[in-house]
Ligand binder design. Sequence first.
Ligand code: KIV
Ligand code: ZN
Length: 460
Amino acid sequence: MADPDQVTPDQHKARPHVTIFDTTLRDGEQSPGCSMNVEEKVRMARQLDRLGVDIIEAGFPIASEGDFQAVNALARELRRPIVAALARSCPGDIERAGRALEGAARPRIHTFLATSDIHLQHKLKISRRQCLEQARDGVKLARSFCKDVQFSAEDASRTEINFLCEVLEAVIEAGATTLNIPDTVGFSVPHEFAELIQTLRRRVRGIENEGVTISVHCHDDLGLSVANSLAAIGAGARQVECTVNGIGERAGNTSLEELVMVMRVRGEHYPYETAVVAEQLFPSSQLLSEITGVYVQPHKAIVGRNAFAHEAGIHQDGMIKDPSTYEIIAPQSVGAPQNALVLGKHSGRNALRVRYEKLGFTFDRAQLDDVYRRFVALADKIKTIEDGHLLELIRDVPSRTATIPDSAGKTASTWMAAVSKEDVQPAHPDLVSAREKAHAAHATHGGEREGEQEDYLWGV
Ligand code: KIV
Ligand code: ZN
């Protein structure tokens, strides 16, 4: 394994590859409401293939006949990505996973066993010695089906460190090629998780072998799964398990889109590359939501409906002048629709002017001031203002360019009926004085345009 400590943020050097192990179809579907049938898994897997993930964990074949069929269908169809099947560290599971992977171009058996005392005592009721033997035997058996075998020490982050090192050494000797270190209950914090990976790299014999990869699998119970995964990469992990939309058991897993985009956008801190095609991130998120009926929260990073929407007047004003003011990612770079200036009570004149121009209307400042005051009164009553409302607002405002189309929405007039004359406030005194100053300056200099600062005050 290459020494990740030697990596520098030098743009010209080839960046180390971080393998993306997608577990949307396994841990992801353990999310309540997210289970998928064979046909749905096949549809989603084809999209994951387009997305460019390296490994698709297709399911847990012992869990159900449907999951066995899904893993088998994907094993037979997919040629580029590795197809992984999950198995507990016991013969029945491993044999079933091995059979489900028949026909795969690149099969991987992912076998796991809990190693923390909490799990050994309360759940498995076995000793550490038994655990170590079971883990080693599981890997040996898995190797008889395929040469690519991953071992996960479930609840690794709460496992006594000497024992964890012992188990990992034993499974490497037995032939494990990937060692997965799960933060199963999402308990770790980034510096601690990084230290764990560093300790394992220092202490586990064989971990540095060519062909042995350290992987991490983080849950989001404290909202730290992406941060923990990134910290682990910095400490030498070269595979991350993650899911589209961050779905997964309880609070979910590391969100694939967030992880990948942090590395893209902040490459100076995370000088690594993945094979993910960023333009497929949004379509993947959409497809998953469509299949499962589970939608992400509107403010979800990268793929949420509002991830590229701007409502505050100050922000809208900046966006109109230059998107770099308030956007660190171009929406089209992740396959999302063009950014939207949402009109609501925080919006400003500039955004209103731009939207009216799109509808075919231009106003001078005094007209727009007037329309803006009506707009704010309406926006205080309803959450989002649509084009139909805007058309209704200017019914009696003489426009420079156009007449109001007949198609002005009926619903808009219903809403407008709620705006009485008393609702329409006079312009804010600050704005009035800014405008007066600008007009004075305008008169003095005879210029066409008011000062930039006044423009900014007026625009929002
Ligand atoms: O959270 C976990 O520990 C798991 C393992 C099976 C990898 O999902
Ligand atoms: Zn998990």
